[in-house]
Design a protein around this ligand. Sequence first.
Ligand code: 3AM
Length: 184
Amino acid sequence: GKSAMIRAFAAIDLPGDVRDRLVRLQEAMQIGRPVPLENLHLTLVFLGELPEQVLDEVHLAFSQIRAEPFELTLSGLDLFGGHKPRVLYARVTPNPALEHLQSRLAQAARMAGAAVEGGRFVPHVTLAYLNVARTGRARINRAVVDNMGFQAGPIPVNDIALYRSDLGRGPARHRELARYPLFA
Ligand code: 3AM
């Protein structure tokens, strides 16, 4: 029969203290549908829905990547979606090590047979989905977003993780499948 498809992505897990601060920020801003604490992460590669065999190949490819630990810094908030903002996120300061790692992961995933989109990587931590009609909350005030001087870091990145994401009612359920250490 047809094998089951697994929705998966690779991401950087954030330290608990940073996630706690991001949750307090969500609470203070009161906009949209907040991403729950356990789902706060920095996505590196969205792999889409994969057959298990392809996911195994991706895992093998990821486990062969050698990269050194680095640090990242979150600085300020921003919106995706132009005039109709859909996502509120924390910005990541420009980071060549992060970009290099991301491009290697995307390439490894493609080589392993995953259909990874080739668009520009905009590192971010999604904080809330802004579906104003559904949430009934106030309109987004761009000035409030621009002036929220949130800062976190430098955050050490010593590993990356592969997650499966199961959709259902409410927020996606993310489960860690594998973790790949970075080392010098
Ligand atoms: O880190 P964020 O929240 O930006 O939005 C989804 C989330 O990214 C994204 O994958 C991450 C883990 O779920 N995602 C979901 N569907 C996607 C798609 N079709 C997608 N990214 C690109 N294309």
